[in-house]
Design a protein around this ligand. Structure first.
Ligand code: BG6
Ligand code: MG
Length: 224
């Protein structure tokens, strides 16, 4: 079992972990779903978390068994329209939209010389980090268009460890999505789930919300 003294770095998911943006992804997709007469459900709400843009659209279309009714071009157009709406929503972000406790946690990691990187599926990640004014905390940001497979595959979190120049076993990954926890575990990192424990049951450590995350609590969990 991993011991805290082995931990050298942290790989952060962005949407729903650092940034209060999961609600905007949901809002923008829900609008598209309703236009297509597809009922928005709690399963879609949690299912779109962590997975890439086109996979989110396919999840929504498949929930109503209508994916076959759309050409590739029409699907591209729907995904672009969702992203246009989403970009309008994230244009309003300010440093106040860093989720509770996360500023303090980033400072704590920095003070302890622990390296940090961003492991997000979002192509909008650099823009969001900039709006929140937290880019400088991170050694680097994974470019999701350069990895072979999105979450739940290990690629994004594996690349985040490479950016940190660390052995994955020494990296803690933080996630609010089930797909993301699967990705962290598959990459051989230590998974921290933030949110509903029932949904994130594969995580090694769970916190109910971002406000609960501290280095001391992670240390206590790993030293038991
Ligand atoms: C993830 C979100 O962080 O990014 C997903 O949890 C989203 O809901 C994915 O689909 C891709 O984001 P974007 O900004 O590239 O459409
Ligand atoms: Mg997330």
């Amino acid at each position: 079992m991993a011991h805290f003294d082995d931990v050298k770095g942290f790989a952060f998911d962005l949407d729903g972990v650092l940034a209060d943006t999961a609600k905007f992804h949901s809002q923008a997709w829900r609008q598209i779903a309703e236009e297509l007469n597809i009922t928005w459900t709690p399963e879609l709400e949690s299912g779109i978390k962590g997975i890439d843009r086109m996979s989110s659209l396919m999840l929504i279309l498949n929930s109503a068994d209508v994916a076959g009714n759309y050409t590739e071009e029409q699907k591209e157009a729907l995904a672009t329209r969702k992203n246009d709406h989403y970009k309008e929503l994230i244009g309003t972000l300010t440093p106040d939209d860093v989720l509770p406790g996360m500023h303090k946690f980033l400072d704590e990691l920095k003070a302890n010389n622990l390296k940090m990187s961003i492991a997000s599926a979002s192509k909008n990640a650099p823009f969001i980090l900039d709006k929140l004014q937290i880019s400088d905390y991170f050694v680097g940001v994974v470019d999701p268009s350069k990895v072979k497979e999105g979450k739940p595959a290990p690629d994004i979190f594996a690349e985040a460890a490479k950016i940190l120049d660390l052995d994955p076993a020494t990296v803690v990954g933080l996630e609010d999505s089930a797909a993301g926890i699967t990705s962290i575990n598959a990459a051989g990192e230590i998974s921290v789930g933030i949110g509903d424990k029932a949904l994130l049951h594969e995580a090694k450590i769970n916190f109910p919300s971002t406000a609960d995350v501290t280095l001391a609590k992670i240390r206590a969990h790993l030293n038991w």
